[in-house]
Design a protein around this ligand. Sequence first.
Ligand SMILES: [Mn+2]
Length: 354
Amino acid sequence: MKINGMKTIETSKVAILDHLIGNAVQISLVAHTREDGDALGSCIALMHYLSECRNCNVGITFSDPVPDSISFIIPQADRNRIFIKSKDSTSTTEWIKNSDLVFCIDCNSFSRTDKLQDVYAESKAKKVLIDHHPSPDSAEFDLSFSETEISSTAELLFYILLEMPEINHDASKLPIAASNSLMAGMTTDTNNFANSTFPSTLNMASQLLAAGVNRDEILSNLYNCYRENRVRIMGHMLKDMMVITKKGVAYMILDKETIDKYDVKEGETEGFVNIPLSIKKVKMSILLKQDEGYFRVSIRSKKGISANKCAIEYFNGGGHEMAAGGKLYYPKDIAQSSMAAEYIERVTVTFLNK
Ligand SMILES: [Mn+2]
């Protein structure tokens, strides 16, 4: 039963988790590649709970460096507890190999951890999943907390932590660094309460605010600290690059040349794909960003249209019902990069006619 918008977490699973943590010597956390605020915030929060409340030895492992736009979520003192595979392959691999407990955060399968996939697959550690994406690869894990009717992994983690004996339903007992990063993670995944906001989400926000989280500072870091270039290219894309099809699909293709011209950094186009949905006639928005041999694809849709299905069927990806991503490869899916627009036009007509 749900009371006052709280999320109920199975007591039997909490007991298993408590036991696994109690027996662990070294713990490794991982999230999906190209980590966002939710992935990073959840990892930082869990790390603080494990180290401060449980005295565990914890490290976070990522495939690639954290984008500048969300790096404020990492407290200064934690910088040396994050292992980046592309920067320091040996210590990252060693850390994972020597861990006897592993958490897969905001990521429904190790296959989404890019360069870390094989190391985690070979790990003999106990494996725990905490995630809000559909279709988790449950067979990979000894224990799974998977819930899709929730704003974010940060929210799911918040309700799990409330159940732990040291916290015992009192959010003020969470380390403040954990509370701050849980708030940051939930805020980014809900786009500051614009989407996937449930009664339990507002309940969480309320409890965290009461526990002393500085939300103004988080909002300032998230939304008032961009580089000028980001706003300039946003203007250019919306004015000169956005196409709206007869079917109400808006798409923008950010090519290499433009990326270089505006010196676009990793994570800097975050949120762009949402903007066309503010137009009444637009039902679905697609953003393509050129990489080596493929485009990275982001899809957002309005209620009644599945961004997830579109991503699975045409863009080698998936995600949430109304927010998904994938890849469009050339020359596999399209003969050359210049044919991306034509591909989108064609497949979205087929998709929306179904
Ligand atoms: Mn998430």
